[in-house]
Design a protein around this ligand. Sequence first.
Ligand code: PFF
Length: 446
Amino acid sequence: MPEISEREQWGSKLGFILAAAGSAIGLGSIWRFPYITGQYGGAAFVLVYTLLVFSIGISLMMAEIVIGRRGKLNAVGSFKALGGGAWSIVGWLGVIAAFIILSYYGVIGGWTIAYFIKSFTGLTSHSSSGQIAKTFEIFVSNAGSVIFYQVLFMAATIFVVYNGVGGGIERLCKICMPALFILMLILILRSVTLPGASKGLSFFLKPDFTKITGEVLLAALGQAFFSLSLGIGAMIIYGSYLPEDSNIPSSSAQICFLTLLISIMAGLIIFPSLFAFNMEPAAGAGLTFITLPVVFAKMPAGFLWSALFFVLFFFAALTSSVSLLEVVASYFIDNFGWKRSRATLVLGIIITIAGIPSALSQGAVPINLFGKSFLDAADFFASNLLMPLGGFFISLFLGWKIHNIAKEEINNLSENSFPLTKTWLFILQYIAPICIAIIFISGLRS
Ligand code: PFF
């Protein structure tokens, strides 16, 4: 086990925020958020999601970072160090969830590379949305190419994690996130000025409260956990590299805000153009990949915009996938003394193989589970069940077992104490576990 005092730290305060925001912002905001919003009826879903991000989401993010900074190890190790015995099962649950998520995350990550390349081979020269949808269908039905791109994406992920936490991740985030932000602003301008865009805006922004059902609540809860990288110990690991003098509440607020902002921006690009071209909001996992090229096709030099977007989208996905691999690998590094190189390579390859059924299930080979495609079933199981379950236990752990340590840890900045400490603990003790339990029950029954 590494000496605590020798644990690597982030190069700068900004380094941590960028890396944690890099973990949070990824496919979850740009790929998953729009298609789940489309499936669950639009603005009402967005409203519930937003409320969850700023209540349970932000509180749990602070909880995970506190546990990590105090425990100074990965999730399993930090739970052991702070609470002992049975609680480390929660960390274990997280390792399993991260394994499952990364298996299909690599598939969608691969799509971003494929679409980058397709930008140069006529993707945006199609004139009709039907043709662009067809291009997607043909692509996902080709077993060889979806697996090829999945392997490429996983190789990139393994490469970054292999090179360690500070170097790889921080540098990547610093360049790509601001660029992605600016590009998305430009795309919003293009999308909302398309004729017929207003129908999409009202679908996305005008809530119809009758649409809120147990199922919608569960989907929003899953999206909150997925997009903020919560419930599986990723933020525990990032917190474990955090210096003592950092301000956890303000970092967490910034990360949650940025994630929500990018998600809303993705929605503002996708829904106006979707409705402008009479496409279907409930199109499923392909939504982003079918809609965006239509927008690029309406821009001068569309292929360049498309290539630039998909390359940045790829990097956003990569800064998230590395944190998923980090969750799995650091467990083997901290607990079994594996070398980083061995852990990343061996586990990365196993996870890639485990993702193949998901890669095939989108059109090449009909592999279904519980009436969903294999990828959707894996995603539902990990995001809507395992992550909130992890969050349920993390909130109980922090709220009841280590609340005194937590109070100390959150207030250790000499210049100002955290004024909402009591509210924060109340949310973790009561609100978060009770809400998660109620949403679970109502969502799984409907
Ligand atoms: N938050 C990432 C995204 O939205 O793409 C996905 C993710 C990364 C989930 C890391 C969990 C995690 F630990």
